[in-house]
Design a protein around this ligand. Structure first.
Ligand code: AMP
Length: 192
């Protein structure tokens, strides 16, 4: 079964491209950000914990996140269509946990799609999204913190994915449609 990681800085389009890949391939979609926002909306205990971290642009602690991910993964895996991980892993501990969680189920990471977008375009998208979606963490202060967290904790995963032999990099060249096509072509080439 395909276990695909989609990876990149805040605003790189992980959610948008995941939706396109889900539409095309029928994958189960796990967006840890969406899971957490759902918990906040439902006012659960987890939601209360997550809210503080998200609004500060910080990461939810690894142990909690790994627990959540494992539960959601087992639900999506049962559908048997492959899974796309959007926003997880975000730390080396999460990456190692994902690897062992998959191995313990006889699975492995198929590919990690790294979306590369230049900083000016990332900021433009996030500020635009702030206007359109009104996400609590899309204000300038929080965006800055999310970038710091990305650079210090998440970006080192690029080398980790490379060492695992699963890294594929995709650079945004001005067209979302072009990027979608490149991603689909890559995944189709793996399936043939
Ligand atoms: P996203 O929608 O992926 O941009 O995630 C929004 C926020 O949710 C992040 O800034 C974090 O605060 C939190 N979050 C989402 N995924 C994770 C994760 N894998 N580990 C820790 N925190 C996460």
């Amino acid at each position: 079964m395909d276990n695909i990681v989609i990876f990149g800085a805040p605003g790189s389009g992980k959610g948008t491209y995941s939706a396109e890949l889900v539409k095309h391939f029928g994958f189960g979609h796990i967006s840890t950000g969406d899971v957490l926002r759902g918990e906040i909306q439902a006012c659960t205990e987890l939601g209360k914990i997550a809210k503080g971290y998200i609004e500060q642009g910080q990461l939810i602690p690894d142990e909690l996140m790994i627990d959540i991910l494992t539960k959601v993964y087992d639900e999506k895996r049962a559908l048997g269509k492959g899974v796309i991980f959007d926003g997880f892993p975000r730390t080396l501990a999460q990456a190692e946990a994902l690897k062992s969680m998959l191995e313990s189920r006889g699975e492995s990471m198929t590919i990690a799609l790294n979306l590369i977008v230049d900083d000016a375009e990332l900021i433009r998208r996030l500020l635009h999204r702030a206007e359109v979606e009104g996400r609590a963490d899309d204000n300038e202060d929080t965006i800055r913190k999310r970038f710091e967290v990305y650079h210090s904790k998440t970006k080192p995963l690029i080398d980790w994915f490379r060492n695992e032999g699963v890294l594929e990099e995709f650079t945004f060249k001005g067209s979302c449609e072009g990027m979608v096509k490149e991603l689909i072509d890559k995944l189709e080439s793996l399936q043939s």
